[in-house]
Ligand binder design. Structure first.
Ligand code: SF4
Length: 291
């Protein structure tokens, strides 16, 4: 298999098998991320993809799901992406779910008709690492798009019938903009119809510009308690009829349908704010090695 490290597997639904369509990330400059810093972006040749598909078919001819790698395979133009998806469909005709991570900007160069055609050949679920719906925060962390861009591109996915997740990166706005980040993100998500909202907590990894800024006193990271308080504000504002999950260090099991459990989630977060051992949470975060 032509797999380039690091391989980021869907954390909520560890699909198997994986197929690499692109390598690295076209953007590669979000201030909290070093995942693909040393991996140049490239498109995998069709011949390599075909070789990998032959290997996959040999061991999993009945595969129902597949994850397209790497960070944002949908960065490819429609004309380049379509033959790759058709090849996957040819080798794995029983596929029911074709899943990919992608950036908001990767949807922008595709029309709704093109997105619909990609869905018809099998691409029916994508994860958008949105991270925030607050313009100040998006600019601060160099995501490369605005809240309005998120809305426009998510609505195109809805029109095309492609299910999508959105992520909220708890803590990434720092102390100064924590409240706006939480409220504005939830307000943007409320105007969309994601199948899942996932939340992860910011960890300042070595080599990230955000850690450098924190060390120079230009970025004030949240304490563990403030992280949960921000998450609580986000959840209180969120009103999406979707699934909800979190990677928070508190080990709270918050995964499931959101609206019927919203009050329960709020109470669990409030309980964590009042009773969790923040030193233990900080130690867990310090031991994290990747997003
Ligand atoms: S967070 Fe995603 S889009 Fe940003 S640099 Fe990392 S892989 Fe690329």
């Amino acid at each position: 298999m032509h797999l380039t490290e690091p391989v980021y597997r869907n954390p909520y639904w560890p699909t198997f098998p994986l197929i690499q369509i692109t390598q690295g990330c076209t953007h590669n400059s979000c201030k909290f991320c070093t995942m693909y810093r040393d991996v140049p972006f490239r498109m995998m040749p069709l011949e390599w993809i075909e070789e990998d598909l032959k290997e996959i078919r040999a061991v999993a001819p009945e595969a129902k799901t597949i994850q397209l790698l790497s960070a944002n395979p949908m960065a490819l133009s429609y004309d380049r992406l379509m033959p790759r998806l058709e090849l996957i469909r040819k080798y794995l005709p029983k596929l029911e779910h074709m899943y990919a991570c992608t950036r908001v900007t990767d949807i922008a160069n595709k029309s709704v008709d093109q997105l619909r055609a990609l869905r018809e050949v099998g691409l029916n679920e994508i994860s958008l690492g949105v991270e925030s719906g607050d313009d100040w925060t998006l600019q601060r962390i160099n995501k490369g798009y605005t809240a309005q861009d998120i809305l426009v591109q998510c609505h195109k996915l809805e029109e095309a019938g492609i299910a999508y997740w959105v992520t909220f990166l708890n803590g990434v706005a720092g102390r100064e903009h924590s409240h706006d980040h939480a409220v504005h993100s939830a307000e943007v998500f409320n105007q969309c119809h994601p199948m899942l909202v996932g939340t992860g907590g910011l960890t300042l990894f070595p080599g990230t510009p955000l850690l450098d800024e924190a060390q120079r006193g230009e970025f004030a990271p949240l304490t563990e308690r403030e992280m949960i308080e921000e998450l609580l504000t986000f959840v209180q504002t969120l009103s999406c009829d979707c699934l909800f999950t979190t990677h928070h260090t508190s080990s709270l099991n918050l995964t499931g349908p959101f609206l019927p459990r919203k009050q329960q989630i709020i109470e669990a977060l409030q309980h964590a704010i009042d009773h969790a051992d923040m030193d233990v949470l900080a130690a867990r975060r310090a031991s994290k090695r990747g997003l």
